[in-house]
Design a protein. Structure first.
Length: 475
């Protein structure tokens, strides 16, 4: 099941993201000529809702843009180019995407966070919305109590927000101004049965393991052990004993184990197995991981997880916790090719400064002696190591070209290379041009990976005979 996020707003919302891969329903093509489709796309582009090529095809991208326009202009969100929508679209009063985002950004800045102990009409309104979407089971009272906090945490977990239990501006806007994922829909999406595989199964095994029902390995594969654990849990909860993790079973699981990520099992560096391979496969499908799917949680996997977390507006820890797992397996998970993700990453690269460089060097020094064997690029030796340090420091480097574009300042003297600078050594080999990448230490040395073994180690730049040196030092 796929869910649409209509608004892009700060760290909480995403404009027309998840509908792009859905098939187009032919009903949306009724009474529209190819010329009308072109005009529709052109007008949506003028207002900032459409970034594709204007052609005569009413495809999923066109529909998503139209739905976003309808949302921004207070129209029924249908994806249909009906008379009301077309009239509004051509009107001088049509709300542009920028105006819409500005309005909500201003509203965000003015919102007062709600937390336990608060008592007001704002709390009452929030509780009513939470109840409408299935997160709040009590009667709205206007008092922010423990039950309300749990409902807020559940809402934040499902809708890709930091799980704090505090209803800040991002949470309130996602709840009241967007089309959030409902609790029943989330539980249905998480459903799994014997033979299924995926991160929902991994989360299921983790949750049941926390409660003492599942003692096997978290394989992300729903086998006999998982079925028996589900049956045992269902029996204890007076649920129909089916062995299927249906919506009712998931509701009981979250009720018993909580929604926060404090006690959830975490996949991390050094782990191995089919569950890690499942994560690598999902990250690969989303464009964040292009290494071999070995089933080993190494530096490349940790880097990919951090990049995904950054794209998903999560804390980029490199740890695959329950919140990250839930976002990763959701149909609404961000894709590396999403225009919004690419724009955000590009902006972060441009904004990097001396603080980021200092952090990059700190991470590089901490990993001297670490092995990046099997993770390096033949054409760009040292890239995986430098990428790891950059991403861990908050600089979302995704491909070697990111670093090549950054390291554009040719070095005349090795004394010009400062601490934390990204350094590229260009040398002409027998059959190709290699670009060796490393991190400057500021004393005539760099930290990079060795030619044999891929070990991170310091070396003197003066030994790079015949190489043209480029550097990046940020702002």
């Amino acid at each position: 099941m796929r869910y649409k996020k209509i608004i892009v707003l700060l760290a909480a919302l995403s404009l027309a993201g998840s509908a792009l891969s859905e098939p187009v329903d032919t009903e949306y093509l009724v009474d529209m000529t190819s010329e009308q489709v072109v005009r529709l796309e052109q007008r949506l582009a003028e207002l900032g809702f459409f970034s594709g090529n204007s052609d005569s095809t009413y495809d999923a991208e066109t529909r998503a843009a139209l739905e976003s326009f309808q949302q921004a202009n207070g129209l029924e969100v249908t994806g249909l180019a009906d008379s009301a929508t077309l009239e509004r679209l051509e009107s001088s009063d049509a709300v542009s995407r920028q105006d819409y985002l500005t309005r909500f950004a201003n509203a965000y800045a003015q919102m007062t966070a709600l937390e336990v102990g608060a008592s007001s009409n704002d709390v009452l309104v929030m509780q009513r919305h939470l109840k409408d979407y299935g997160y709040f089971s009590g009667e709205p009272s206007g008092t922010f109590d423990e039950i309300t906090r749990q409902a807020v945490e559940s809402f934040q977990m499902v809708n890709g927000l930091p799980i704090t239990g505090v209803a800040d501006g991002a949470t309130l806007i996602r709840l009241m101004a967007d089309s959030p994922i409902t609790w029943p829909a989330f539980l249905t999406e998480m459903s799994a049965g014997e033979g299924d595989t995926g991160l929902n199964v991994y989360v299921l095994q983790s949750r049941l393991g926390q409660m003492g029902y599942f003692a096997g390995s978290r394989t992300a594969c729903f086998g006999e052990l998982t079925r028996k654990a589900v049956e045992s849990f269902q029996r204890d909860c007076d649920l129909p004993v089916t062995g299927q993790a249906d919506a009712a079973t998931w509701a009981a699981i979250y009720s018993r184990s909580g929604t926060g990520n404090g006690n959830a099992d975490v996949m991390k560096f050094g782990d191995a197995g089919e569950n890690v391979r499942a994560v690598q496969s999902r990250l690969n499908a989303l464009g964040f991981f292009d290494n071999a799917m070995t089933g080993e949680y190494g530096y490349a996997t940790e880097t990919a997880v951090r990049l995904f977390q950054t794209a998903a507006n999560l804390e980029a820890t490199g740890l695959l916790d329950a919140e990250t797992s839930s976002r990763l397996m959701a149909d609404s998970a961000p894709n590396m090719l999403d225009a919004g993700v690419q724009q955000r990453f590009a902006a972060m690269l441009e904004e990097a400064d001396a603080t980021v460089r200092a952090r990059i060097l700190e991470i590089a020094k901490a990993h001297i002696g670490a092995s990046f064997t099997g993770e390096e690029d033949d054409l760009y030796p040292g890239f995986s190591f430098v990428q790891y340090a950059c991403v861990a420091a908050g600089l979302p480097v995704t491909i070697p070209e990111d670093l090549i574009g950054m390291a554009a300042q040719q070095v005349q003297s090795i004394d010009e290379v400062g601490a934390g600078d990204i350094v590229a050594f260009q040398s002409n080999g027998d059959n190709a041009v290699n670009m060796v990448m490393a991190i400057g230490t500021g004393d005539g040395m760099v930290i990079g990976t060795s030619e044999s073994g891929g070990w991170a180690e310091p070396s003197y730049m003066e030994h790079m005979d015949g190489a043209t040196i480029y550097r990046w030092s940020g702002q």
